[in-house]
Design a protein around this ligand. Sequence first.
Ligand SMILES: C[S@@+](CC[C@H](N)C(=O)[O-])C[C@H]1O[C@@H](n2cnc3c(N)ncnc32)[C@H](O)[C@@H]1O
Length: 326
Amino acid sequence: MQSSTAIQQNTFADDVHRGLSAAPKFLSSKYFYDDEGSRLFQEIMKLPEYYLTKAEFEIFSEQTKEIYAAFEAETGAFDLIELGAGDGTKTSLLIDFFLERQAEFTYVPIDISAEALKFLTEKFAKQFPELSIQAEQGDYFRTLETFKSKSARRKIILFLGSNIGNFGKAQAQDFFKGLRAVMNTGDRLFIGFDLQKDPRTILRAYDDARGVTAEFNLNLLARINRELGATFNRADFSHYASYHPIDGAARSFLISRKAQTVFVKALNESFEFAAWEPIFMEISQKYMPEMINELAQASDFEVVENFSDDKQFYVNSLWQPAEKTE
Ligand SMILES: C[S@@+](CC[C@H](N)C(=O)[O-])C[C@H]1O[C@@H](n2cnc3c(N)ncnc32)[C@H](O)[C@@H]1O
C-alpha cells in the first residue's frame, strides 16, 4: 500500500483553506473517513433510515449469479478495481461467489482513507485467505491516470454505495469521461445509483433520529482540530440536512450557531463565521432511471444491464465503453 502522509497532509490543509475561504464555505466530504468517521459510517449503514446499503446489499445477495454472468467473469483473468471501497461489505458477496467459481482475478480496492483500507484488507485477508489483494491508498481522481499502465488485464471497475451521488451532475460526467479514457473495449464499469423516491424517505436517511449522521459530519471538525490544529468547538455548530425534489439533491450543512472565529494553526489563519452561516458539507444526488442512460451516453458509455432492488429504491448499472463512431 503506498503511503504519502506528508503530501496528503498538505492537500488536506489546502482543501480546508480553499473551502473555508470560499463564499459560501464548504468542506470536502472525501475527508469524512478518518478512524472515527469510518466507524460512524459503518454505524450509519446499519441505521433503519439508511435504506441505501440495504437496497444495494439486497441486489448483491439476490442477484449475484446474474451479476457474475453480466461481468462475463469467466472469459479470463481480470482486475476487480473498487473506487472508494470503504468496508467492502457488499463487495464481499461478489468476491465470495467469484472465488467459489474459481474466477481468476485480483481485487484492487482504492480509498483515500488509510484507516478504511487497513480495516478492509485485514478483514478480507481473514475472510478470503486465497484472495489476491492489491490495495491502493489515494484519491481516485489522481489514481485514474495510472490505470492504463497498471496491468494489461481486463478491468471491472466498481463504484458502489451511491458514491457517484457525491458529485454534481456535470462533475459526474467529467469523472466518467476520465474513466472512459483509461478503459478498453472489454472493460466494464458497475455503478450504484440511488433513485428519486418519497422525499421524506430520502431526507430521513440523511437526518436520522439517533443523530449518527450529525456526529459523522461534526467529526470532520474534530479531524481538522486534531490534524491541522484548529479551534473548532463542535457544540457551536449543528448539522442540517435538506432534500430538494426538483433537482433531486440531498445536501448536508454544518451551521454556525453564533458569530465566531476559528483559528487553523497549520494555515496560520483565522476564519470568521457569522451567526447561522452554513458550511456546505456534502451533496447526495438522486437519479431518475432515464438520467442514468443520459449520463452513460454523455460520457461515451452504453448501459449493458441494470439491477434493481424490490422496492426500486436503487439501481446498480453495468456500463461498457461505447463503440467509437468515427
Ligand atoms: C460512502 S462510502 C462508500 C463505501 C463503499 N463503497 C460502500 O458502498 O459501502 C465512501 C468511501 O469512498 C472513499 N472516498 C471518498 N472520496 C474519495 C476519493 N476522492 N478518492 C478515494 N476514495 C474516496 C471514502 O474514504 C469512503 O471509504
